[in-house]
Design a protein around this ligand. Structure first.
Ligand SMILES: [Fe+2]
Ligand SMILES: [Fe+2]
Length: 329
């Protein structure tokens, strides 16, 4: 197997830092504050000299061209429509969209059923054509892909399961199909990646989904969500990642921020507007902070994952690490 069109950027710094952002849910119609939050977050990451930015899906709220146009405008403004600066993977909202008004709740299953999955993948691919690796031939699915960025091999998976009336009735469950698993394993085991740190981008999560909720309504909603926010056969994916010596997995989907490790792999989870996890007193549900995770690869090869937060609106303010830091040598 040959990896074509790979580019490497050199950095004079001894630490290579990735800003992990997720679930930006951009739409000109819904969640309008997200666009301002993302703009500020990208500005902070760029000003702070991050070497690379990774966004792990649900980039748009509704899988529409207008949402991608808004995202592209921002990325272009910050010079991020560039393979070396940015990597992305796809989320369920980038294919099926989501429920944004109560009246859409009952018809959403129908909307998912009628969604043309492949057409939405193509839309995502064309929206990020400057960021995704070039395809070897037309019609080929871009996932899984690999890019070599500084000391990293960045491998992205598409974990969005196709619609199924029982197994994926509202589009939010995940599955990495066999063909993609095999291809990902071939890529990750390729000898040319052996000296690099392997970072996998995937939308779905591997930890337990345990949001905090104060009200009965919210609690019921989260119970419903927990049943429709699953990566089916996730153990099989985890085992493959472990077999292949993956160092870091970046994901989103739950909107719960966190850093955790399993079997020697660091997992980073974040969202543009995170919700509070059970037993997480540290996160106040407010809009005053912008949060993302930082993955830093030291010259020595050790990797540090840190939750970062910035106060919104304070231009020039410095970030500080919050409540969780994980290091693997
Ligand atoms: Fe999301
Ligand atoms: Fe999602």
């Amino acid at each position: 197997m040959e990896f074509e069109n790979l580019s490497t950027i050199s950095t004079s710094q001894s630490v290579f830092r990735v800003a992990h952002i997720s679930d930006t849910h951009i739409s000109p119609e819904y969640h309008r504050t997200n666009i301002f939050r993302l703009k500020r977050l990208l500005e902070l990451a760029v000003d702070d000299g991050y070497d690379h930015i990774a966004i792990t899906g649900d980039i748009t709220a509704n899988a529409e061209e207008s949402g991608y146009r808004s995202v592209r405008r921002l990325l272009k403004h910050f010079g991020l429509l560039d393979r070396d600066r940015l990597s992305v993977t796809i989320g369920n909202h980038d294919i099926f969209g989501g429920v944004h008004r109560a009246e859409d709740l009952l018809t959403f299953g129908k909307t998912c059923r009628a969604t043309d999955y492949r057409k939405k993948i193509r839309l995502f691919e064309s929206a990020f054509s400057e960021v995704l690796p070039r395809k070897a031939y037309e019609g080929e699915n871009v996932f899984p892909y690999v890019k070599i960025i500084g000391p990293l091999a960045v491998v992205a998976l598409n974990s969005i399961r196709e619609f199924h009336p029982f197994l994926n009735p509202v589009g939010s469950n995940g599955l990495v199909p066999d063909a993609q698993m095999e291809e990902a394993e071939r890529i990750l085991n390729h000898p040319s990646l052996s000296s690099l740190k392997k970072v996998v981008l995937v939308h779905h999560h591997f930890n337990k989904y345990e949001p905090h909720s104060d009200s009965i309504g919210a609690s019921l909603y989260h119970k419903f969500e927990a049943r429709t926010l699953k990566l089916h056969r996730s153990r099989r994916v985890e085992e493959m990642l472990k077999r292949c010596g993956v160092d870091v997995v970046l994901h989103g989907h739950t909107h719960i921020e966190g850093i955790y490790s399993r079997s020697g792999i660091i997992y980073s989870s974040t969202a543009l507007t995170p919700i509070r996890a059970k037993n997480d007193e540290a996160l106040e549900e407010d809009d005053r902070h912008l949060r993302f995770n930082e993955i830093a690869v030291q010259e020595s090869g050790s990797i540090t994952a840190t939750k970062r937060k910035y106060a919104v609106g304070q231009k020039g303010s410095s970030s500080h690490a919050v409540d969780r830091k994980l290091q693997v040598e």
